[in-house]
Design a protein. Structure first.
Length: 166
């Protein structure tokens, strides 16, 4: 078993879409970033890459590459899942938390989990998403951005592990 941790943060700006866990959330502001700025999916991607001992999201999908401009982060998550599977890793579970003062995210959590589990082709019970606030503290608490943290547990197949040991 191998564990990875991921973190991402993007600023909130007027206009644009707020996408979290692949879901479009109704809100007056959106996250600014090179892709769709889905901080939750980006944190999960980095957690999975870290668990597999691979370089982070910026190395896998460099922002200077025009192919990734405005791309759905679910497409990137699917690519990471394929990469992990090709390298002999199986996702056991993901636990993630979104840190946002607004909007209220609890009505969307189950849909986010469903979207992420379908993209990763794993059971809904293997993906947990939670949301919290900072009680008005820091840039998130002042409504200037949204952050997300994720932890991923992957299992390395026996053949892959044996190759690394020799």
């Amino acid at each position: 078993m191998r564990v990875g941790i991921g973190y991402d943060v993007h600023p909130l700006v007027s206009g644009g879409d707020l996408v979290l866990g692949g879901m479009k959330i109704p809100f007056s502001k959106g996250l600014s970033g090179y892709s769709d700025a889905d901080v939750l999916t980006h944190a999960i991607i980095d957690a999975l890459l870290g668990a597999a001992g691979l370089k982070d999201i910026g190395n896998q999908f460099p922002p200077e590459d025009s192919r990734y401009k405005d791309i759905s982060s679910l497409v990137l998550l699917d690519e990471v899942n394929k990469l992990l599977r090709a390298k002999g890793f199986k996702i056991k579970n993901i636990d993630a938390i979104i840190v946002a003062q607004q909007p209220e995210l609890s009505p969307f959590i189950d849909d986010m989990r469903d979207c992420l589990s379908q993209t990763l082709k794993i059971a809904l019970g293997q993906v947990m998403v939670k949301a919290t606030t900072t009680d008005g503290l820091g840039f998130v608490g002042k409504g200037q951005g949204i952050a997300a943290y994720a932890v991923a547990l992957v299992e390395e197949n026996d053949v892959n592990f044996a190759k690394r040991k020799t």
